[in-house]
Design a protein around this ligand. Structure first.
Ligand code: SAM
Length: 125
């Protein structure tokens, strides 16, 4: 949070930072957009229902969930076990969401020329 505050200050943008547990959210929507970079994939499958209920409750109808998660094509043991193929994303998110695009991506880091493989997914509520 301190790093995020410093970045916002450096860029001269006004941001409200809140800490929340998305599986027991205390946020109050509705929001137009949720960007999840690397959170969904930390949850065990048993938590997917709670995650989906929270993000769909927080988004306004027609709102956008941008999701970046580890790809099933990532094979390195040091990466977390929650890794997804496009068909997994469609199975999990279709219903509460309209999955409109799933692209191969990566968790790019400065100086890393072989970053962990990811999926970038565009979903509308
Ligand atoms: C792999 S890190 C990704 C961090 C960052 N978003 C990024 O892209 O580098 C996973 C993040 O999920 C957060 N997280 C884990 N469980 C969570 C929960 N129940 N609610 C909200 N965030 C959670 C952790 O605090 C951690 O910051």
């Amino acid at each position: 949070m301190d790093r995020a505050r410093r970045l916002a200050e450096r860029e001269g943008v006004e941001v409200t930072f809140l800490v929340d547990d998305i599986l027991a959210t205390r946020l109050e929507g509705p929001f137009d957009l949720i960007l999840d970079r690397g959170v969904f994939h930390v949850f065990a499958p048993e938590a997917h229902g709670r995650y989906l209920a929270a993000v769909s409750w927080l988004l306004r109808p027609g709102g956008l969930l941008l999701l970046k998660c580890f790809s099933a094509e990532e094979t390195r043991p040091e990466c977390p076990p929650g890794r997804y193929a496009p068909e997994d994303i469609r199975r999990i998110f279709s219903g509460p969401f309209r999955v409109v695009e799933i692209r191969p991506s990566a968790f790019a880091r400065p100086g890393d020329d072989d970053p962990p493989k990811a999926l970038f997914c565009v979903n509308f509520r």
